[in-house]
Design a binder for this molecule. Structure first.
Ligand SMILES: Cc1cc2nc3c(=O)[nH]c(=O)nc-3n(C[C@H](O)[C@H](O)[C@H](O)COP(=O)(O)OP(=O)(O)OC[C@H]3O[C@@H](n4cnc5c(N)ncnc54)[C@H](O)[C@@H]3O)c2cc1C
Length: 378
């Protein structure tokens, strides 16, 4: 049966697109390998190896994931190196207060522009939404390191903000854009919550609209598209929304340059940490370290994030037993300035985190594709 729309993928972008189409009673099918994508749980209780938190301004993403406990920013320890470390509230922080206030003022200015931009992105391609605001357009291309020098808050950034950004992106701030840097830094001032995703409830909600398969081929016909799954099944639709990770989308649609992704290794351990890492629930490291973050879980276990494989966990732990492990070879698309179009041709849409970091821009890109299909009336 030919559908009006097929969504390929089952992550935040695809699910957001699907819920919007469903809301409008549209005919669609969502074909995916798994539901959740990079919002992923281990089999161990509620511990999440993928996307970890939402900020209070993630309005659309919160329709898909539930809040699961507030993350307390005061419960963080920032490590400069093996000897130097400080907590969120300390004499060291007080000494940085003037620069922090300057940073805060820049962040609040960004927030004003960014919220309006996200609103525009629901109905307009990101490119047009950016072009409408020269301030943001500049930040989309400007390396974060240049912005920090320009604004003269190098010290507070080196001691605190860059570590939070490293924890959120797995990348050095000198390699990411100012837009991504300020977007994640909003987590320093907005309430943030851990998340929980119920894939069974989502599957039940999608009902007959959901099919599990891996799409291996997409062919354009005279009146729409034919997709082939790994089981040999074919699917036909007038419109398709390709909401797979950027590297998969690139292959499926034969696209040229895309942003490059960072790689993150997640180690889930039951451990006795060394005393210097025991005081706070979150330990944040500088980008020079192979470790990114240690996050204590509700059940007393730890998630240790690293940008290297086979790290020596005894650098952090006195005793350590591995519970689980996840290699995210394409964790987040943070490198480079390549831009992925969202509407490649009439009826062919792309959604995901290719142009903007995190669950909320991803969710918005899915809603945008749905809105275009609803408006196109074909
Ligand atoms: C370790 C880690 C921590 C993160 N932490 C946060 C965080 O705290 N907050 C935040 O906002 N963001 C975070 N992110 C980023 C966030 O997870 C992503 O931006 C977001 O989940 C991307 O959603 P997506 O729908 O674009 O892609 P994905 O979630 O990758 O979903 C893609 C979907 O496509 C399916 N698929 C792939 N290939 C095919 C195919 N050929 N056929 C059919 N289906 C296919 C997959 O099964 C998957 O369901 C984190 C990411 C990682 C890796």
């Amino acid at each position: 049966m030919k559908r009006k729309t097929i969504i390929v993928g089952g992550g935040m972008a695809a699910m957001s697109c699907a819920l919007r189409l469903m809301e409008r009673g549209e005919d669609f099918l969502l074909v995916t390998e798994v539901l959740g994508g990079r919002v992923m749980y281990s089999s161990h209780e509620d511990v999440n190896y993928g996307a970890y938190f939402v900020m209070s301004n993630y309005r659309h993403a919160k329709n898909i994931v539930e809040k699961n406990g507030r993350i307390n920013p005061l419960d963080a320890c920032f490590h400069n190196n093996e000897r130097e470390r400080f907590s969120t509230l300390s004499w060291h922080t007080l000494a940085s207060l003037p620069q922090f206030l300057k940073f805060l003022s820049a962040l609040l200015e960004f927030r004003k522009h960014y919220e309006a931009y996200k609103q525009r992105c629901l109905e307009n391609p990101q490119k047009e939404a950016l072009a409408d605001d020269p301030y943001l357009k500049r930040l989309f291309h400007l390396p974060a390191g240049d912005f920090i020098k320009e604004k003269k808050f190098e010290k507070v950034t080196a001691d605190y903000v860059s570590k939070f950004a490293y924890a959120c992106t797995g990348a050095d701030i000198n390699t990411i854009t100012t837009m991504d840097f300020l977007n994640v830094s909003l987590g320093l001032v907005l309430p943030i919550h851990q998340i929980k995703f119920d894939s069974e409830a989502m599957a039940a909600k999608l009902g007959d609209h959901l099919v599990f398969d891996t799409i291996t081929d997409i062919v354009k016909g005279t009146d729409g598209y034919t997709l082939t799954g790994s089981t040999g099944t074919t699917f036909e639709a007038k419109n398709i929304v390709v909401a797979t990770p950027a590297a998969v989308t690139q292959k499926l649609l034969n696209l040229s340059e895309i942003r490059e992704a960072c790689r993150i290794y997640v180690y889930h351990v039951a451990a006795t940490l060394k005393p210097e890492f025991r005081k706070r629930g979150l330990n944040l490291f500088p980008a020079t370290s192979e470790f990114i973050l240690i996050a204590k879980q509700k059940d007393g276990t730890y998630l240790i994030y690293s940008r290297e494989n086979d790290v020596n966990l005894s650098k952090l732990c006195l005793k350590c037993e591995m519970i689980g492990y996840k290699d995210w070879d394409k964790a987040m698309y943070v490198y480079g300035r390549a831009y992925m179009e969202q509407e490649l041709e009439k009826g062919l849409y792309i959604a995901g985190d290719h142009n903007g970091l995190g669950l909320e821009p991803t969710s918005i890109s899915g809603i945008y594709a749905a809105n275009k299909i609803i408006q196109s009336n074909c």
